[in-house]
Design a protein around this ligand. Structure first.
Ligand SMILES: [Ca+2]
Ligand SMILES: [Ca+2]
Length: 109
């Protein structure tokens, strides 16, 4: 993890984390997207960019270990129990991975 990458993570995270409570809520993401006055395609691009930050190996889906590394890089101290909870919440089809569709539904249901 180089510094540039780390800076990128933090920027994206703080961009979404409007009230700086360290948690990104779906409505915060919506507000950010609205503030860009973007159309649906652009919203998709923004989401893709956010998704790619988590999808470290570029497979198009986020694994548990990728989510963990991303959160650790953001300075989140996450234990396995909470990590599993997050995955269970987002992983709608239960395959253990977060797909872009699932990610999208999570941030803007
Ligand atoms: Ca991946
Ligand atoms: Ca899934």
């Amino acid at each position: 993890m180089n510094e540039l990458k780390l800076k990128e993570y933090k920027e994206v995270f703080s961009m979404f984390d409007k009230n700086k409570d360290g948690v990104i809520t779906s409505c915060e993401v919506g507000e950010v997207l609205e503030s860009f006055e973007s159309n649906k395609d652009e919203q998709d691009e923004e989401l893709q960019a956010a998704f790619k930050i988590f999808d470290l190996d570029g497979t198009g889906r986020i694994s548990k270990s990728e989510l963990k590394s991303a959160l650790v890089n953001l300075g989140e101290n996450i234990n396995d129990k909470n990590l599993n909870l997050i995955i269970e919440t987002i992983d709608l089809d239960g395959d253990g991975f977060i797909s872009f569709e699932e990610f999208k539904k999570f941030v803007c249901p």
